[in-house]
Design a protein around this ligand. Structure first.
Ligand SMILES: [Zn+2]
Length: 108
């Protein structure tokens, strides 16, 4: 099985660079590798009606919808803007992603 790696992963702080939530930020909750999309906390929220059943009234549920991975960027808190990451090798040989601008590490 091939492991697909994206520039973002679960738990990352990301910013959306397109669409109605442009420049908003949130935390990656889930990555869908097959669809190359991610669920980001509080972003791309859609309202869904649930149908009434078993005497329970229907309700309006807000739920995050998938965002294409190509539409999100890592958000650097130090730069306070979406940035590109580059990989950097630590002294112990571990590979981390760091901000291309300020060098802040995204993998702590
Ligand atoms: Zn930075």
């Amino acid at each position: 099985m091939q492991t697909i790696r994206f520039h973002v992963k679960r738990g990352d702080n990301v910013a959306v660079i397109t669409g109605k939530d442009r420049s908003k930020t949130g935390k990656v909750l889930r990555i869908d590798t097959r669809k190359k999309a991610a669920i980001v906390e509080g972003l791309n929220v859609v309202k869904r009606h649930t149908r009434a059943k078993n005497n329970q009234p229907g309700s309006l549920v807000e739920k995050e919808a998938l965002i294409q991975i190509s539409n999100i960027m890592l958000f650097c808190e130090k730069c306070s803007k979406p940035v590109k990451a580059k990989s950097s090798l630590l002294e112990d040989g571990k590979k981390v992603r760091v901000c291309k601008k300020c060098g802040e590490s995204f993998d702590k």
